[in-house]
Design a protein around this ligand. Structure first.
Ligand SMILES: [Zn+2]
Ligand SMILES: [Zn+2]
Length: 97
């Protein structure tokens, strides 16, 4: 599904569904946001499920967090049509998202 990412606001990106309160923290049936893959990955790289559930449970709060702000500044300059190269550091741990 293509659309605009709620976090970085780029348009024409492939979207994935993010549970604002992670399923592991009881958010399975609560609000979700549609995010592009780089944003979604970055959120889960930067924050634990507990942090997301407790203090980053809205898009506004996420956008206001210092850690993600730097990333957003960068990602906004990346073209939506090309896959963005991401650091693979957390990939191999087999973390469930
Ligand atoms: Zn995005
Ligand atoms: Zn997510």
């Amino acid at each position: 599904m293509l659309g605009s990412c709620e976090l970085c606001k780029r348009e024409g990106v492939r979207l994935t569904e993010h549970h604002l309160i992670p399923r592991e923290e009881g958010g399975a049936h609560l609000d979700t946001a549609m995010l592009c893959q780089p944003c979604h990955k970055q959120i889960h790289n930067l924050y634990t499920n507990q942090e997301l559930a407790i203090r980053l449970d809205t898009i506004e709060r996420l956008q206001d967090d210092e850690k993600i702000k730097k990333f957003l500044k960068w990602i906004k300059k990346q073209p939506a049509t090309r896959a963005v190269k991401m650091k693979k550091s957390n990939e191999r741990k087999g973390k469930k998202r």
